[in-house]
Structures are given as structure tokens and as C-alpha cells.
Design a protein around this ligand. Structure first.
Ligand code: BG6
Length: 488
């Protein structure tokens, strides 16, 4: 069992408790922390939703989710039953007046100093209303915390509205804006790799790096979220948050410490240096795509338009050439690419180094070094180096990886990102959560791009489900004499 830092007893209220995220991620993550003994026995977890049901029906729902989503070798009926004793249900309509919030008040009675957390896993349009009700009912205490799931709005204006409204009740130090990519092991490891190893930092700049690629490819389509997704699209759903956060961690300067604001200030500087993409360069720096029917993993997958039940211009794929205008990164493109219904689920960051200045082993011998950080699946780090192929008869160069597969190196179960993040909220550690000014900066950049796309009126390119996205995505790099790293 991995070591963990104990947390104080807590009361966690999950709004949107019957939703997909809650059942698929939040409750299973809490169960894992419980099984590992990290959740103190006095803690309570209160699911809140509009559905008419009682605690035992809700427990049943969480139990079924455990059976459905947990890997077969992690199903533990006895532990799950123990865990469920800490789970209650309060039926509350978040839009109802404060006088109708009695069920939650009752559930939170006798808190005995437990850390109080409100997790808003609902549509962002409810965030402000819920915060207001929590103030009116006095359930929000001066020390209670709020967790906001992404997306925080759909543009800068709506995100500011949410942050203002929520901020009127919960100050910044008590607001945890979650981006679950920051809870992924390899993502955190990026900071360790960069700042705990002397040999990495001196080569981490335009002097030696040619370009960076960040790919987040999914096999899944829009699943049951067509309504949300069609209004959102890949830029709002994945790039404005997850991908920009990954870019920030690759690009940031060394923070003075691991203090939350030290890290977040450095991320903000990167976001502020991100060059805006306007109408003049959307065509040369971005590609929007949408999947048509195809085969994913040998199974037929319908077209996006069929899944959402109408013709749509929403992008399910996006590729972007992003540029960071600062001394470290000037001239080093960050190619970002994300898409649904692609050939394989694969998220990785590729740091592509420059070629050696003089090819003393002959032109084309070996390949420029590459550092590949695999986020999922099979978390790990691979550094591709050129070596001499053993044997007599000439000097042949072979490119081979130095491979650090986390699963083999560290014999531990890989926790879900939410496990780490939920416990960080209880501990009050904001390092892996987005500060308000970061969200503003990310939206400012995304808004400019969205406006440029709108102005262009261009339709997304179609790509077959199960492919690597539209061919224009390959052209984006080809134009610069580069190519995506797509290992077989
Ligand atoms: C979510 C997006 O934030 O991240 C989803 O809303 C996406 O559309 C998901 O599928 C991807 O997360 P992960 O952890 O499976 O890569």
C-alpha cells in the first residue's frame, strides 16, 4: 500500500451526486481512500441531488457504480459496505429557496468541527445559485471550502460571473477549482522531473528543444453528454483547461517553492505569454475536426452528428500550434492535439530535442533525442537516445529508449487523479487547483481563438472515428517540417 498523509475528519457534500462524474469518479475515489485507511471514521459524505430517494437507495446506487466501474480485482463488497455507512443522501433542489434546504441542514448537523466541503459537480450555471443558498442557509461557514468542477463558464464573461458570484461567499483561499489533469501522476511528476533533477533544467529551453507536442486522444465519443458537449466542443472541454495546464507545467519557470501561489504565479506567467491566435492565423495555426462514422477498436462507431441527433459545427478534435512569447520558449512551438473517437486512448507529452549541430556519424544517423512523458495509459517516461549498435563491422547508430515504466518501477496501484485532489481539498492544499487569474488568462486566450473561428465561418474537417484526426492535422506540422509522434 502506498504511503499517504493523514487528513482531518471532514464532511463532504457532493452536489450532482447522481451524475456521471460523481458515480464514476468521485465516490469510487473516496472508496479507495477509505480502503487505504485515509478517511477518518468521523467523516461523512453527503450526496445531494434532486431525485426523490432515501439514503439506502443512494447507497445502493453508489454500490452499483462500484461494481460497474471498479476493475474486477478491486471489487471488495465488505469494504464497500463499510464505506457506505459514511454515505448519506439529502434531497435538495439547488434552485429551490433556502427554506427548502432542510434535508442538507439536517445531514450536516453535529459536524463537531469536521472540515466542511461543498463539491459542485453540477452544471456551471448552478454554481452561483448554490453558493448563494449556502450563504442564506448559513451552511457555508467561515472555514468551509467549495470545489468547482470544470468548465467554469463557457467564456471569460461567464467565468467571471461565476467567480464573482461564488467569490462573494467563498474567498479565493477556500475556492478549489479542479482540473483533474493536475491530479494525474505523470503530470505531477513533470514538476519533479524538471526541478528535482539537476540534469534536466539546463537543457529545458529553446537552446536544445525543437518543439513540444501534447496529445490527449480519447476513444470515447460524447457518451451521454451530447447536450453539454455540443455547446462546448473540444476547445472549451479540453484545451482551455487540461491542455493549457499541461502546457504550463512544461513551460513554467522554476517556482521558488512548492507553495500553491508560487506554482500558480509561474503558470499564470506562461498563460499571459501565450500568443493570441486571431483571424489572420486560425487557418495556419489551428485545425478543427469532427468525427464521422468509423471503426474504433474494431467496433462500429457512429458519426458525431448522429450521436447528437443533428447537423452540428462543433469540433470534436482540435490541433493547435501554440507559441509562448518569452525568452525561454521563443521559436519553440507547442503543438496541442486532442480529439474524441480517435484510434487509441493515449495522452502524452513529447519533448522533441534539436539535432546535433554536426553529424559526425553521417547525415541521418540516429534520430534527435526525444523525451516522452506518457500520462495514460501505462504511465511512464521514456528518453530516446542514440547508442552504438553492438557488434563489429562499422559504427551503426541505434535509437533506443531509456524506459521508466512506473508500474514496473513502483509496485503500487495508480490512484485516480480525483483521489489525490479530493484529499488535497481536505488538507487545504491549493497547489493543484487553478487560481482565478489563471482561469481568466486561459479564457482570454481561448475567447480570442473562438472568436477567430466564428469569424472564419469554416466547417470542421471530418475525420473517420478510429483515426488520428483529419489529415489537415498532419499538414499543420508538415508545414513546419515536423510530424506528430504516433508510435504504432
Ligand atoms: C473531462 C472532459 O474533463 O475530461 C471529457 O469533460 C473527457 O470530455 C475527460 O473525456 C478526459 O479525462 P481522462 O482523465 O479520461 O483523460
Amino acid at each position: 500500500m502506498a504511503e499517504f498523509i493523514p487528513v482531518p475528519p471532514f464532511d463532504l457534500v457532493v452536489f450532482g451526486a447522481t451524475g456521471d462524474l460523481s458515480l464514476r469518479k468521485l465516490f469510487p475515489s473516496l472508496l479507495h481512500r477509505f480502503v487505504d485507511g485515509q478517511i477518518p471514521p468521523q467523516s461523512r459524505i453527503i450526496g445531494v441531488a434532486r431525485s426523490e430517494m432515501d439514503t439506502s437507495a443512494f447507497r445502493q446506487m453508489v454500490h452499483e457504480a462500484h461494481l460497474k466501474f471498479a476493475p474486477k480485482d478491486h471489487i471488495d463488497e465488505a469494504k464497500c459496505a463499510e464505506f457506505l455507512k459514511h454515505v448519506e443522501y439529502a434531497r435538495v433542489d439547488a434552485t429551490a429557496p433556502a427554506s427548502e434546504w432542510g434535508a442538507l441542514k439536517d445531514a450536516l448537523a453535529n459536524g463537531n468541527g469536521n472540515v466542511r466541503i461543498f463539491y459542485l459537480s453540477t452544471a456551471p450555471s448552478l454554481f452561483v445559485t448554490i453558493a448563494q443558498r449556502l450563504a442564506e442557509t448559513a451552511l457555508a461557514t467561515p472555514t468551509s471550502r467549495i470545489v468547482l468542477e470544470k468548465p467554469i463558464g463557457r467564456d471569460l464573461a461567464s467565468s467571471r460571473g461565476i467567480n464573482d458570484g461564488v467569490g462573494a461567499v467563498f474567498d479565493e483561499q477556500r475556492t478549489f477549482r479542479i482540473d483533474h489533469y493536475l491530479g494525474k501522476e505523470t503530470v505531477q511528476n513533470l514538476l519533479v522531473l524538471r526541478f528535482a533533477n539537476m540534469l534536466v533544467e539546463p537543457i529545458w529551453s529553446r537552446a536544445t528543444i525543437d518543439h513540444v507536442q501534447i496529445t490527449v486522444a480519447e476513444e470515447l465519443g460524447v457518451e451521454g453528454r451530447a447536450d453539454y458537449y455540443d455547446k462546448s466542443g473540444a476547445l472549451r472541454d479540453m484545451v482551455q483547461n487540461h491542455m493549457l495546464q499541461l502546457l504550463c507545467l512544461v513551460a513554467l519557470e522554476s517556482p521558488n517553492s512548492m507553495d500553491a501561489d508560487a506554482i500558480r504565479t509561474e503558470k499564470l506567467k506562461v498563460l499571459s505569454a501565450l500568443r493570441r491566435i486571431g483571424p489572420g492565423d486560425v487557418a495556419s495555426k489551428t485545425v478543427r475536426g469532427q468525427y464521422k462514422a468509423g471503426l474504433v477498436d474494431g467496433a462500429k462507431a457512429p458519426a458525431y452528428a448522429e450521436e447528437v441527433g443533428k447537423a452540428s459545427r462543433t469540433e470534436t478534435f482540435v490541433a493547435i500550434k501554440a507559441e509562448v512569447d518569452n525568452w525561454r520558449w521563443a521559436g519553440v512551438p507547442f503543438y496541442l492535439r486532442t480529439g474524441k473517437r480517435m484510434g487509441a486512448r493515449r495522452s502524452e507529452i513529447v519533448i522533441q530535442f534539436k539535432d546535433t549541430p554536426v553529424p559526425i556519424f553521417g547525415a541521418g544517423a540516429g534520430a534527435p533525442n526525444k523525451l516522452v512523458l506518457r500520462l495514460q495509459p501505462d504511465e511512464g517516461v521514456r528518453l530516446w537516445l542514440n547508442m552504438k549498435e553492438p557488434g563489429p563491422g562499422g559504427l551503426r547508430i541505434k535509437t533506443a529508449p531509456l524506459d521508466l515504466s512506473f508500474a514496473e518501477e513502483f509496485n503500487v496501484r495508480y490512484p485516480d487523479a480525483y483521489e489525490r485532489l479530493l484529499m488535497d481539498v481536505v488538507r487545504g492544499n491549493l497547489s493543484l487547483f487553478m487560481r482565478r487569474d489563471e482561469v481568466d488568462a486561459a479564457w482570454t486566450w481561448a475567447d480570442a481563438l473562438l472568436a477567430a473561428w466564428d469569424a472564419s465561418g469554416a466547417e470542421p474537417y471530418l475525420y473517420a472515428a478510429g483515426s488520428n484526426g483529419p489529415t489537415q492535422s498532419a499538414v499543420l506540422l508538415d508545414r513546419d517540417g515536423r510530424a506528430w509522434w504516433d508510435p504504432e
